[in-house]
Structure formats: structure tokens, C-alpha cells
Design a protein around this ligand. Structure first.
Ligand code: SF4
Length: 342
């Protein structure tokens, strides 16, 4: 039950923590990705313009002149709205909250390619100036295997159209989504697509297979095999190595990511970021396990925290206990800790 007098959806991007949230759609119009359980119990619906406008006015009344600078349109894809309806909502929002500098939304590639470049420009001019896209991978095989319902072509076309219209774009990538089998392909093909788009922001997320998801069932049938933490870092290294000629801001920014210090501006910071990944990969097996467990349990925030002898020994005590009971269970434990934060 909402404690505010207007409707709110279940999620927002990490970067929208301080934003006004206005719900334009309920759920996801696709809702078939095998790794996603977000809207499992929710039937997709478009909210009517009058309903959304009522919410905007209720939010205005509720927040009483709060100078919001950012607003995020929930839930999964505001571009399914008719262009003229979306523009009406954006205009109402800007009138009700004149301090807004940024209005953002998720956008599905397959929906956005149905808009014309001039419609995208009109939407941008009406105020929607930031777009979050979950491309997840640039590999056809990976996209098909997780039933993402988008193609590298639609990802590139929609992202380029949004950028040309003037929108800031963020692309989310899920590390490990191709499993062990498609890991290399996932890294290299994703880099290729990102090189074509040159998004403003690239955000990496590390895979966590939610119980009850399609991917979980595939894993149980041994059709999908989860890469280890070190393999996921090696995958990321390959991806980053293949990013060429782009100027995106690149970051691991979700607590599910192992190396939160991977954050920088391309191309200038590329070598520095590769060096951090290499630092992890060159650790001994014992230290890799110590770092991953320490990071996942909250002892460490970054690699250099391992130098703190007290923390290192505290984590070592935990790893010793696991080795004594089940030395083969580390990766399972790491994965379980990951899914607790997504
Ligand atoms: S990942 Fe995105 S597109 Fe896929 S089902 Fe979830 S919300 Fe929908």
C-alpha cells in the first residue's frame, strides 16, 4: 500500500534515488526475460493521461513546493504511450514542478524503434532528456537465450535515435548473462554494440539468478552454468578491452558488483580501470576468495581494503570455517550473497 496519495511503481534506477517518481505504466510490456522476476505478478497496463495528470497534481500538493530537479517516469517503458500523450504528461510535469532539470524513463529498444526520429525529438523537446536502456548484451545468441526480445540492430537504432534527439543515454549490461558458454561472445559482441552507440553512461551489473526465474530453471537443468566471480571479472576485462573510440562514463555502481572502484571516463581512464581488473585477476586463489567473501559480507569496499590486517584476518577466519565444512561451496555462497542485494 502506498503511503503517498499517488501511485508508485516498485523500482527506479540507482541514479534516481532523490527523484520525484511518477508512474506512467504498470509493469513491463514484454515481461518475458528469463533472468527477470520484477513484474512476474503484474499484468502490464498503460495508465490513462487523466489518471497520471491527477497523480502529478497530487504529488505537487503532497511535496508542497519541494524543488525537485529530477523526475523518473515509472515503470518499465514510457515509450509505449502514444507520443502526444507522453508529451502532454511531460508538459504537465514541467508546469507543476518548474524546478525540474531532468526527466528520465526506461525505454525498450523494440518500442522506441517504432517512433520516428521527429517524434523522439518532440519528446525530448517536451522534457524527457534522459533514457535508461537495459540492453544487457550485444550478442544475438545471449539476447535470444534469455528471451530479451530485442536485437543488436534495434538497440543501436533506438539508442542512436535518442542521442540524435538530444537525450542522455545510459545502457545497462549484465555481466555473466551468457553463462560460462557464451561469456567471451557476450563480452566482445557487447563491446561492438556499445562502440556503435557511444552511450553517455555504461552501467555494469553482475548477474544474480533469482529463485523461480526462467534462468533458475535452466540452471537446475544444467542448461545454464553460472561463471565464477573471477570469470565474471575476466569477462568484464575482455569487454572493457574491446571498447574503442567512445567517450562514455563507465561504472560498476550497484552493490551487486564486486569492484565498485571500476568507475571512470572513457577513453582516458580505460587503462587505469583495466589495471584494477588485472590486480584482482592476479591475486592468488586464496586472496581472491578472501576479497570476494570480504566484499560480499561488507568487510571491504575496494581491493585496497584487503591491506587492513585486522579486516583481512577477520575474513580469513570466515573462509577457514567454510573450507572446513564445504570447500567447494564458495561460489554458491557468493552467488547467494549477490541475490540478496538485487
Ligand atoms: S528485464 Fe526489462 S524488459 Fe525484460 S522482463 Fe524485466 S523489465 Fe521487462
Amino acid at each position: 500500500m502506498n503511503s503517498v496519495p499517488f501511485e508508485m511503481g516498485p523500482i527506479r534506477p540507482v541514479d534516481e534515488a532523490d527523484s520525484l517518481l511518477i508512474r506512467t505504466t504498470r509493469g513491463c510490456p514484454w515481461n518475458r526475460c528469463t533472468f527477470c522476476t520484477l513484474y512476474d505478478d503484474m499484468k502490464f497496463s498503460l495508465r490513462s493521461v487523466s489518471e497520471i495528470k491527477k497523480d502529478i497534481l497530487a504529488a505537487k500538493e503532497y511535496f508542497k513546493g519541494h524543488p525537485f530537479e529530477t523526475c523518473f517516469l515509472q515503470d518499465g517503458d514510457s515509450f509505449v504511450m502514444r507520443t502526444k500523450d507522453l508529451i502532454e504528461i511531460l508538459e504537465t510535469l514541467r508546469k507543476a514542478f518548474p524546478s525540474l532539470k531532468r526527466i528520465s524513463s526506461y525505454g525498450r529498444a523494440q518500442t522506441m524503434v517504432k517512433k520516428t526520429p521527429s517524434a523522439m525529438k518532440e519528446i525530448f523537446n517536451a522534457g524527457l532528456n534522459k533514457l535508461y536502456c537495459g540492453m544487457e548484451s550485444g550478442s544475438v545468441q545471449v539476447l535470444e537465450s534469455v528471451r530479451k526480445g530485442i536485437t543488436p540492430e534495434s538497440i543501436i537504432k533506438s539508442a542512436c535515435m535518442a542521442r540524435e534527439a538530444g537525450m542522455d543515454t545510459t545502457q545497462f549490461i549484465i555481466l555473466g548473462l551468457g553463462g560460462k558458454k557464451l561469456s567471451k561472445l557476450h563480452a566482445i559482441e557487447t563491446a561492438k554494440v556499445l562502440n556503435e552507440i557511444n552511450p553517455d553512461y555504461i552501467r555494469l551489473l553482475t548477474i544474480g539468478v533469482k529463485p523461480g526465474s526462467g534462468l533458475d530453471r535452466q540452471m537446475a537443468k544444467k542448461e545454464f552454468s553460472l561463471p565464477s566471480e573471477a570469470q565474471i571479472i575476466a569477462e568484464q576485462r575482455l569487454l572493457l578491452e574491446h571498447l574503442e573510440g567512445i567517450t562514455s562514463h563507465y561504472a560498476n555502481h550497484h552493490s551487486v558488483d564486486l569492484l565498485l572502484e571500476i568507475r571512470g571516463q572513457l577513453p582516458g581512464d580505460k587503462n587505469r580501470l583495466l589495471a584494477i581488473l588485472d590486480r584482482f585477476l592476479s591475486l592468488s586463489d586464496v586472496d581472491q576468495i578472501n576479497f570476494v567473501l570480504g566484499r560480499r559480507l561488507g568487510y571491504y569496499r575496494q581491493l585496497s581494503d584487503m591491506k587492513n590486517d585486522i579486516q583481512y584476518r577477520a575474513v580469513e577466519k570466515q573462509t577457514r570455517k567454510i573450507r572446513q565444512t564445504d570447500p567447494d561451496s564458495f561460489e554458491e555462497i557468493f552467488h547467494n550473497l549477490r541475490i540478496q542485494v538485487i
